[in-house]
Design a protein. Structure first.
Length: 321
């Protein structure tokens, strides 16, 4: 069952005292009420993703007291065995997070740019990373920094603020990670595979530069990540009111084990967040290697859409239109 009633309270201003138990998605008003609370860290992750900006944009304007880490450049993902976007080793992430001054007892609110549907994936991917490390006190700011500005709240400027480095210890939760072997096993077991890419990628009409071939994994269902975000000239917000309808339209069963994937594990992070943290699916993993890793071996099956039809055909190998 959707956590809509709980989230409704998180998406409006509230006078409830912060007690170290944060909802997955918080409003600018909630964050403003809790700025300066002991143990609350605001992590700005703007980068070049989706015109999100970089350190200079952070220095020009940011949430007071927030710290900065570039999602694209600071080591939240790595290239391994020719596959981009992989989860780094736990030890590397411990150094990264501890170096930011974030400890195991801190609650982290992640702030993306909020300027388009793709940059929400930056926050969702870092959120998932914290969860993989068994750090549960983490949230995403709905609307990102653009949402903060849209709400008319105070903005600071100047060089990045720093916290003293601390020791952060992560404990790997392997249930949240899907390897290629896990995806093969999931297919054989008839589990749910969810392709978070736009429909043109899913149908094989568009191909990621790092993927070796177009198409999707056989039997996958398409749940485009961008359909969960809405925004025009202002901030882009997660549309929690439409989550249930979109899940039902995609034919997904909340009781079934589910694997989310895309090209590099970025867009899929949004689907993972929505299914696991908003819709309350019990067993959702993220395939961080996604289609770039899947297509490294041309013996792995792919499907593409037959031209002019929405039906997906089994290509019995690497499919071509």
């Amino acid at each position: 069952m959707l956590r809509s009633l709980i989230l409704a309270g998180a998406l409006v201003a509230t006078s409830q005292a912060y007690a170290g138990n944060v909802e997955p998605l918080v409003s600018p008003e909630w964050l403003n009420d809790h700025l300066g609370d002991e143990g609350l860290v605001v992590l700005d992750v703007r980068s070049s993703v989706d015109d999100g900006g970089d350190r200079s944009d952070y220095e020009a304007a940011h949430i007071p007291g927030s710290i900065y880490s570039n999602y694209s450049e600071d080591g939240w993902r790595e290239t391994r065995d020719g596959v981009v976007g992989m989860l780094p080793p736990v030890s590397s992430l411990e150094r990264l997070i501890g170096g930011l001054g974030i400890g195991n007892d801190d609650t982290v609110v992640i702030v993306p740019a909020g300027t388009g549907p793709t940059d929400f994936g930056s926050a969702a991917r870092i959120y998932w990373t914290f969860k993989v490390l068994s750090h549960d006190e983490v949230a995403i700011l709905d609307g990102g920094f653009a949402g903060w500005q849209e709400a008319g709240l105070e903005v600071a400027s100047g060089e990045a603020e720093y916290r003293d480095p601390v020791r952060f210890e992560g404990k790997l939760d392997e249930s949240l990670i899907a390897t290629t072997d896990d995806v093969v096993a999931a297919r054989e077991a008839g589990e749910q595979l969810v392709d978070a890419r736009p429909q043109d990628f899913f149908a094989g009409r568009t191909q990621a530069p790092d993927a070796k071939a177009p198409g999707t994994i056989p039997d996958a269902l398409n749940l485009p990540n961008q359909d969960f975000l809405s925004g025009d000239d202002g901030a882009w917000h997660l549309n929690t009111a439409e989550v249930e309808a979109r899940i039902q339209a995609a034919g997904l069963d909340p009781s079934q084990p589910t694997v989310s994937f895309c090209n590099t594990g970025h867009w899929a992070s949004t689907d993972w967040f929505v299914l696991s943290e908003i819709a309350g699916f019990d067993n959702v993993a993220l395939y961080d290697g996604s289609m770039v890793e899947w297509t490294q071996d041309d013996s792995r099956p792919l499907v593409v859409a037959k031209k002019g039809l929405g039906k997906i055909l089994d290509a019995l190998g690497v499919g071509k239109e």
